[in-house]
Design a protein around this ligand. Structure first.
Ligand SMILES: Nc1ncnc2c1ncn2[C@@H]1O[C@H](COP(=O)(O)OP(=O)(O)O)[C@@H](O)[C@H]1O
Ligand SMILES: O=C(O)C1=C[C@@H](OP(=O)(O)O)[C@@H](O)[C@H](O)C1
Ligand SMILES: [Mg+2]
Length: 189
């Protein structure tokens, strides 16, 4: 299906990318936005802008609760936009209020295995929840806790270890029209 037809069918509806840390939300998001003529927002980048400091410093100095409050605030603003692809942070699914914002758009879950995430996140220093001795155990615990929440997405997209970001974006663009209901339009509301 051509990009113009997909754009026409989407009618401005936002795309929210959800999934575990390392699933590629921040990487695939801009590619999707470019193909669709949408804007791209990374919720984490906006949180850092609002707080005036890096995510690691928000966690260290103000605590996770403050970070989650900022996350909800930023998401509320983003949900009021149209024609946007939004990369969320992996923990966005934890708060019920966030789901009321996510459901303003189409919610796409990038679902990666523990093995895939571990390979990508080894040595990462920017994600405060992963600064532990046993990364595999921490990721496994987070997956167990969050999987039922991610499963509330409109689409589960299983990640293949050898699929590069452009190929993922292309496959998503082919799948998305099938998710749309005829009356689904952000610009009619
Ligand atoms: N399809 C992919 N194949 C290989 N590496 C990827 C892919 N998507 C993302 N990455 C890499 O994985 C890491 C995490 O990606 P990122 O987009 O920051 O994930 P998220 O925003 O979901 O936490 C980055 O180093 C990124 O370059
Ligand atoms: O999973 C989480 O709780 C978090 C994920 C991070 O974003 P990414 O999913 O983009 O890494 C960031 O929001 C913060 O470190 C907390
Ligand atoms: Mg990210």
């Amino acid at each position: 299906m051509g990009q113009n037809l997909i754009k026409e069918q989407l009618q401005g509806v936002n795309l929210f990318l959800i999934g575990m840390m390392g699933s590629g939300k921040s990487t695939v998001g801009p590619l999707l936005a470019e193909q669709l003529g949408y804007r791209f927002f990374d919720a984490d980048v906006l949180i850092e802008r609002v707080a005036g400091k890096a995510i690691a410093d928000i966690f260290a100095e103000d605590g996770e609760d403050t970070f989650r409050d900022l996350e909800t605030e930023v998401l509320g603003h983003l949900a009021a936009q149209t024609r946007s692809v939004i990369a969320t942070g992996g923990g966005v699914v934890l708060r019920r209020q966030n789901w009321s914002y996510l459901h303003h758009g189409l919610v796409i879950w990038l679902d990666g295995s523990l093995e895939l995430l571990l390979a990508r996140l080894q040595g990462d220093e920017g994600r405060p929840l992963l600064q532990v001795e046993n990364l595999e155990e921490r990721l496994g615990d987070l997956i167990t806790q969050r999987q039922p929440l991610y499963a509330q997405a409109d689409l589960r997209f299983p990640l293949q270890p050898d699929q590069d970001p452009p190929a993922i974006a292309a496959e998503l663009l082919a799948i998305i029209p099938g998710l749309l209901k005829p009356q689904c339009s952000a610009e009619q509301n």
